[in-house]
Structures are given as C-alpha cells and as structure tokens.
Design a protein. Structure first.
Length: 250
C-alpha cells in the first residue's frame, strides 16, 4: 500500500509534546463521556413490538425470526450487503465480518446471538462464507420483506425516485445502492414476544470494526481519502489478487 504523502508534524521538546498531549487528552475524555452518554440513551430507547413474522433460509432449512435467537433473549442482526445476483459480498461488510468470529463465544455467554442476514440465496451465501472461512451464523432473507422493512434493500423502482429512506431520513438515490449496510437489535421476552430495540446504519457500526480502532492511533491513522477506501477482501490483498476492483458493492 502506498502511504499518502504527508508533511512532517512539528518536532518539539518533550515538555512541549506533553503539553500538547494533555490538551488532546481533555478532548479524548470529553469523547469518552459523550460516548457513555450515548450508550445510556441507546439503552433507554423505547421498543417496537414486532407484529410481522419473517422466514429465513438457512443451511438447516427454514427458520423464523424467533428461531434466530437460538435460545437467547437478545439478537443482533447484521444487514450484510449481498444481493440476489451477487457472487461475492460487499467489501466493507466483509471487512466488518472479519472481526466477528472471535466475539461469538463472549456474545453467546452474555445472552446475545449474532446473525448476518442477506438477500442472496443461501447457496451463494454459503459459498462466499466458505471462501472467507467465517464461522458466524449467516442466513438468507431472499423472498421475504425483511430487508425492505428495515430499509437496507431497494428495488429498481425505489432507486428511480429522487430519494430513498435510509438511516432514518430521505437519502438521495444517487448515494444509494440496491443493498446498504446496517445493524439491528431485538429482544425476546419469556412469553416469546419480540421487540425491535435499535438499528444503526451507514457509519453507525464503525466501532465494531476493530482494525479501524487500532489504526486510529497510528501515525497516518486510517490513511483514507474516502470511507474505508483502502479495504479489500482479505484474500485479495497482494500478492493474492490484484485484478478484482475493491468496491463497497460487487
């Protein structure tokens, strides 16, 4: 990878550096307190009771939304961009998914089930999952309204309009694709009632991508001109493959 050219920062004495670092520390503390406040507000959000059932295709056969909880009370659904005609998943979603398998034991122990959902048929999903050597559960919503109801999939008719509804607002269709990413949370009580408790879209799930968090303190940080423009599928980095273009779609 070519590092973006950048002038050297000022070189100062250790004392001057400590003074500048302490000023930055104050901003970092403000960021941490704000992040804690946001998390508190997130947990306090009202819920919406799910009054519509959804059926998903899985390697074990059809499953309903309630089945995806796998006996736990909390479910996180990652809206993975992979449409019915795609043979490979979105590069950005693949980048996110490289970070999931190591969390599964901890999530499950904490009464949380994680599942990725895409509109691609289950055979295409399983083929790409095998290519990427992932272990997390991944199911197909092909043929259901699930992706459309959660505003992460759009028909050609939707995209022909000036705007689509994404990230809780009207978004210019020129900035949209037939598939877009997101993360939704659900809770299932002892009676079996299911509630939608939270969703986030666009860059809302960025904190789940550990590589970005590790890059941030490095000298050049993420070293990007556009959001995650440096990312490729993990089997496409040199010298593995150079031919297929890296994009956030397919």
């Amino acid at each position: 990878m070519n590092v973006v050219a950048s002038p050297m920062n000022p070189v100062v004495s250790r004392e001057e550096w400590l003074e500048a670092r302490r000023r930055l520390l104050q901003l970092e503390k403000e960021e941490t307190r704000l992040r804690d406040k946001v998390r508190t507000e997130r947990r306090a959000l009202p819920w919406v009771k799910m009054d519509k059932d959804y059926v998903f295709q899985t390697p074990e056969g059809e499953k309903h939304l309630s089945d995806l909880f796998d006996g736990r009370s909390q479910l996180l659904v990652y809206h993975f961009m992979m449409g019915p005609e795609w043979d490979a998943g979105c590069v950005g979603c693949s980048f996110h998914s490289d970070h999931v398998d190591g969390t599964l034991a901890h999530l499950n122990h904490h009464d949380v089930t994680y599942v990725a959902v895409s509109r691609a048929p289950i055979d295409k999903i399983m083929a790409y999952k095998a290519r990427m050597a992932w272990k997390f559960p991944w199911v197909s919503s092909h043929g259901s309204d699930f992706n459309f109801d959660f505003h992460v999939s759009f028909t050609p008719e939707d995209l022909a309009k000036k705007t689509v509804y994404y990230n809780f607002r009207a978004t210019p269709s020129a900035d949209a694709h037939d598939e877009l990413p997101g993360l939704s949370a659900f809770y299932r009580n002892d009676k079996g009632d299911i509630f939608h408790t939270y969703s986030t879209y666009a860059r809302g799930g960025e904190e789940l991508i550990g590589t970005l968090m590790v890059l941030d303190p490095a000298r050049f940080g993420r070293n990007e001109e556009g959001t995650m423009d440096f990312v490729m599928r993990h089997d496409e980095y040199e010298p593995a493959m150079e031919s297929e273009a890296s994009s956030c779609c397919h």
